[in-house]
Design a protein around this ligand. Structure first.
Ligand SMILES: [Zn+2]
Length: 100
């Protein structure tokens, strides 16, 4: 699920943290409603939240089936099945058009 271009970009932000050896990390994968996949790094002892805000502003759900809350996972699956990206773009365009 990891985009190579994406992870290369992110690693510039200090992935080589010297404290990493002292504080074990876990990488948690999320996928937002628009289908963007990304990873968030937490301390290994922390419990990853079931939802995280994507860079596009949409809420993202956990990718990892085993870690996801069943209710959220089901909703995310329904959203992905019902709406593809083109339909979402249309929905957003409609909303903007109505507002103006
Ligand atoms: Zn997104």
């Amino acid at each position: 699920m990891t985009g190579t271009a994406d992870s290369a970009k992110r690693s510039q932000g200090g992935a080589e943290d010297p404290h990493e050896a002292l504080c074990p990390r876990q990488r948690v994968s999320y996928t937002c409603q628009r289908g963007h996949a990304f990873e968030v790094v937490f301390a290994a002892s922390a419990t990853a939240p079931a939802a995280w805000d994507c860079r596009c502003g949409k809420p993202a759900g956990l990718c990892d089936q085993s870690a996801a809350e069943p209710e959220l996972q089901r909703r995310m699956t329904q959203v992905r099945q019902r709406r593809n990206e083109a339909e979402l773009e249309q929905l957003i365009a409609d909303r903007i058009a109505r507002r103006n």
